[in-house]
Design a protein around this ligand. Structure first.
Ligand code: ADP
Ligand code: MG
Length: 462
């Protein structure tokens, strides 16, 4: 080895600039029926000195789980995480974490909260106090040392969260959506301050890893971005983000990258290029491999109306901006429109399709009919529920039947969420109804196989 790194080379071999390596990590939890629930699938990545890395993905893509594996708080099901060349076997000694929810102890003052991390590492009281005060100054909390968390605004509380993590001078700082509970301006402000600290020469932390679902945040902060796909979480792309700091979100290249990532996160850019959904023949896809997007029919219709108002084509970031939507709110609506074949995404633009125009222009009865036919053809869970109900003698089944099916591919929460969305869609299309008191799904009598939902029918089967 020609490397002459003196202090830290734990053993010959590893690149001294690599702080953390994630090597073929998979993670499964156990679903309520005892079967494995894969959450992370074969994740490999490394984090090097001098860089800010973002893990970008929609909610449920396993970001927090991956971060917890890296912190050594949970063990991977297979694969390993290494810190400075050493395989973790417990808490990662080189990292500290900042959480979305601040996680402060309400009965301790700001200074006591900040000292906690040092106490856990066996630092004596005098040094604790001195270092805590320095961290508190650094992060702009001067004068609030004796305040209790409840006396602080959200932004100030998160500063305490940062001070508590930075006080231990971690080799790498791990952050799990640290700005997402803050209002837009506070988040911007704190992000800028973090970058300012990061650029200071004596900042002891050598790398930062941030988990986020916010595309712009990733592009503002990161040198490299890993885009995670869901079900199970895997790395879809690694993106280099070479723009000098501080970055200007109105810059053309910045916008182009944001656009590109929007395209990636709507799943359209994964080849084959065009018409993925039109190629997908009805009958393909199962309720677990094609989940229902978490979108209400009303929300999706609203989005399509706005789209028609924009001449039928609009930039996704622009739509999100106009609706003051977060990605997590907008993308499910986009997914629903794509799943139903009413719109499609190309190059981060949402385009209305002919059937989408008909849907928007139709009166309520006709749009319900279109929706019912499309949902039955293209949404596997809706189709599965209709078929199962049709196969019974009285058109009725308990929700347990469907939840058991869903639990094979989803966690308990997600299974229930899928069932809730299906009920919303089934009701809107008058395909089936659900009685929350009895827990029974009931086929709408007119929702026959040929897709003619007889809108307005009052009678119930059974
Ligand atoms: P993200 O942070 O991207 O929103 P998470 O890592 O929190 O995603 O969760 C990914 C998936 O793993 C979700 O489906 C979630 O329900 C599931 N999950 C997370 N933690 C557990 C757990 N302790 N037990 C069972 N399922 C879990
Ligand atoms: Mg999370």
């Amino acid at each position: 080895m020609t490397s002459s790194s003196a202090a830290v080379a734990a053993r010959p071999g590893p690149d001294p600039a690599v702080i953390i390596e994630v090597v073929h990590v998979t993670k499964s939890f156990v679903s309520p029926d005892g079967s494995p629930l894969p959450v992370l699938d074969d994740i490999s990545l490394d984090i090097r000195e001098g860089e800010i890395v973002a893990l970008l993905g929609r909610s449920g893509s396993g970001k927090s789980t991956l971060l917890r594996c890296i912190a050594g708080l949970i063990a991977p099901t297979s694969g390993e995480v290494r810190y400075r060349g050493n395989v973790l076997n417990g808490a990662n000694p080189g990292v500290a974490m900042v959480f979305q929810s601040f996680a402060l102890l309400p009965w301790l003052t700001v200074r006591q909260n900040v000292e906690l991390g040092l106490e856990a590492r066996g630092v004596g009281p005098a040094e604790r106090r001195q270092r805590a005060e320095r961290a508190i100054d650094t992060i702009g909390l001067d004068g609030f040392e004796s305040a209790y968390p409840k006396e602080l605004s959200g932004g100030m509380r998160q500063r305490v969260g940062f001070a508590r993590a930075l006080v231990v001078e971690p080799d790498a700082l791990l952050m799990d959506e640290p700005f997402s509970a803050l209002d837009v301006l506070t988040a911007q402000n704190l992000r800028a301050e973090l970058l300012r600290l990061w650029r200071e020469k004596d900042f002891p932390t050598k790398a930062m890893l941030i988990v986020t679902h916010n595309i712009e945040e990733a592009v503002i902060l990161a040198d490299r971005i890993f885009v995670l796909g869901a079900n199970p979480g895997r790395i879809r792309t690694e993106i280099n983000c070479p723009f000098p700091q501080p970055r200007d979100r109105h810059d053309e290249q910045f916008q182009a990258l944001v656009d590109q990532i929007y395209g990636l996160m709507t799943g359209r850019d994964t080849r084959p290029p065009a018409h993925i959904w039109t190629v997908a023949t009805p009958g393909e896809g199962s309720p677990t491999d094609t989940p229902l997007p978490a979108a209400s029919v009303g929300g999706m219709s609203g989005l399509l109306e706005i789209l028609v108002g924009h001449g039928g084509r609009e930039d996704l970031p622009q739509l999100a901006h106009e609706l003051t939507f977060e990605v997590d709110d907008l993308l499910p609506l986009v997914d629903a429109a794509q799943l139903l074949g009413l719109a499609e995404v190309t190059d981060a633009d949402l385009n209305i399709l002919d059937d989408g125009r008909v849907f928007v222009a139709a009166d309520i009865l006709e749009s319900k009919r279109i929706f019912a036919r499309r949902a039955r053809e293209r949404a596997p869970l809706v189709r599965a529920i209709c078929r199962a109900l049709e196969a019974t003698s009285n058109g009725t089944l308990g929700e347990g039947f469907f939840l058991d099916l869903l639990r094979r591919g989803f966690s308990e929460d997600e299974a229930r969420q899928q069932a809730r969305i299906a009920v919303d869609w089934g009701r809107y299309g008058e395909l089936f109804d659900f009685d929350a008191n009895t827990g029974q799904f009931t086929l709408e009598p007119a929702a026959s196989e040929d897709g003619h939902a007889n809108v307005g029918a009052e009678a119930r089967a059974g």
